[in-house]
Design a protein around this ligand. Structure first.
Ligand code: GLU
Length: 488
């Protein structure tokens, strides 16, 4: 009988959520949703030197931003346990690991090893020199437990090592992504379960937790394959049920090298700051290693949840294509209704110090004009900047246009026509009419007409089309700016 689906994302809180981590979280989330299962967040913070509370907040913040909400685990707001299989932070489960380490020692599948670092290094060098795999060969592997106990009681320090079985030639994993993977059991030496400072190591905690939290499926990065072998040994030694595994393809940069900071932004948080939408990030990340059965590209989370299945996970490496991400972002951005889009754009406009009308109808009109020119939320800043109430200043590039004999009259006329308009805002047609009237009355055309008006509107002789900008600018603002241009 198949087990209830319970999957988890288990980040080590050592920094921001990387796109690779986000993909792991997303696939687990999509699988849970598709199968009506539970998605769990567990924090793997036993590496005391590298784990920080701050990084845990950052990871949780990024997962929340992506909307990958979990059913069980660390509560996203209070950080308390949420669910009945906690604690969900490994640093709070030390007693549990100790108990299981003792079970393994009692059953003879783990032992205390008293080798010093120097002895290990020396042995490694000797093994290498002899052309053998540099795996630890501990003289304590078969020590009588009573004798080990005596050494411990006398204050000697020891690690707990797992006794890798010598009677089994290989371990076979039926991987959900890669098919059958065979590991020779001598691929790893007796590995450490508990360090001499009493802290358990990842492979041990992970296996115990996945078993006790009744995790049914583990989707994680390919680089964990050799850890999986160690974890399978732990499950077997303890008689615990082994989850199914799916090892996800590696992610490469455009140059086909493993994706790293060298390639630019690699953390979700950076993309959020660059103005990417979580909808687009999820969609883009989902397609790095999975595909929709009908080849759909732009999808909502619900569509992905519905279509997600392990048989479409691709073992070949995926390429992080920034051009595609941008395109996908633009596609999702255009799907948002204007009220929603405004709420997403607003923090970027505020951050840039722009002052724009609060009126939702104005915002709706403005987005109709600018939306098609936006690929990211951050693109809004330069599009809106010219019409921000605060931002008018006559640019140095305007000097030439302002020096022409006809320019003053052009701007005066423009100003008086704007002032004569009945409504607060000119329509596009009214703007064109006003421009034509200036042309006739001042007897100017071409650049002698357009440039001084543009300077009077945005402070520069070049820029976006005035027929788009002017209808978004209040009459008073246009008059004030024309006056400032005249005062030059
Ligand atoms: N804490 C591990 C990591 O961040 C989790 C690996 C796993 O999913 O088992 O790489």
């Amino acid at each position: 009988m198949s087990r209830p689906v319970r999957v988890r994302f288990a980040p080590s809180p050592t920094g921001y959520l990387h796109v690779g981590g986000a993909r792991t979280a997303l696939y687990n989330f999509l699988y849970a949703k598709n199968r009506g299962g539970k998605f769990i967040l567990r924090i793997e913070d036993t590496d005391l030197e590298r784990s920080t509370e701050e990084a845990m907040h950052m990871q949780i913040g990024d997962l929340k931003w992506l909307g990958l909400n979990w059913d069980e685990g660390v509560n996203p707001e209070t950080l308390e346990d949420m669910g009945d299989k906690g604690p969900y932070r490994q640093s709070q489960r030390l007693e549990i690991y100790k108990e299981y380490a003792e079970k393994l020692i009692a059953s003879g599948t783990a032992y205390y090893c008293f080798m010093t670092d120097e002895e290990i290094d020396k042995q490694r060098e000797e093994l290498k020199a002899a052309g053998k795999p540099p795996q630890v060969q501990s003289p304590y592997r078969d020590m009588d437990p009573a004798e080990s106990k005596k050494k411990l009681d006398s204050g000697e320090s020891a690690v707990v090592r797992f006794k890798v079985p010598k009677d089994k030639s290989e371990f076979v994993l039926k991987d959900l992504v890669r098919g059958e993977v065979k590991f020779p059991s001598d691929m790893v030496g007796d590995f450490v379960l508990i360090r001499s400072n009493g802290m358990p190591v990842y492979n041990f905690c992970c296996a115990i937790d996945d078993a006790l939290m009744e995790i049914s499926h583990v989707f994680r990065a390919e680089e964990h394959l050799s850890n999986t072998l160690r974890q399978m040994m732990v499950y077997e030694a303890l008689g615990l049920e082994v989850p199914e595994f799916g090892h996800l393809s590696i992610i490469l940069g455009a140059d086909k090298q493993k994706l790293s900071k060298r390639h630019g932004a690699t953390s979700c948080n950076q993309y959020r700051e660059l103005g990417y939408l979580p909808e687009a990030m999820n969609n883009f990340i989902a397609l790095m290693g999975w595909s929709h059965p009908e080849g759909k590209e732009v999808m909502t989370s619900e569509e992905m949840q519905k279509a997600f299945s392990t048989d479409r996970l691709n073992p070949a490496s995926a390429v992080f294509d920034e051009v595609k991400l941008k395109w996908m972002n633009a596609s999702h951005l255009r799907e948002l209704d204007h009220a929603e889009l405004w709420s997403r754009v607003k923090p970027f406009l505020d951050e840039a110090g722009l002052e724009l009308p609060e009126d939702p109808q104005w915002q709706d009109r403005a987005l109709s004009v600018f939306k098609t020119s936006m690929e990211t939320l951050a693109d809004a800043v330069e599009l809106f900047r010219p019409i921000s109430a605060k931002n008018y200043k006559v640019d140095d590039t305007a000097a030439d246009a302002l020096s022409w004999d006809s320019s003053k009259a052009v701007i005066e006329k423009w100003k008086s026509l704007v002032a004569a308009a009945a409504e607060d805002y000119l329509s596009e047609e009214q703007f064109v009419e006003a421009q034509n009237a200036v042309k006739t009355e001042c007897g100017v055309k071409g650049k002698h007409l357009f440039m001084p008006i543009r300077v009077a509107v945005i402070g520069k002789p070049q820029g976006a089309e005035l027929k788009h900008l002017v209808p978004l600018m209040k009459k008073d603002l246009l008059i004030e700016r024309a006056q400032l241009a005249l005062n030059q």
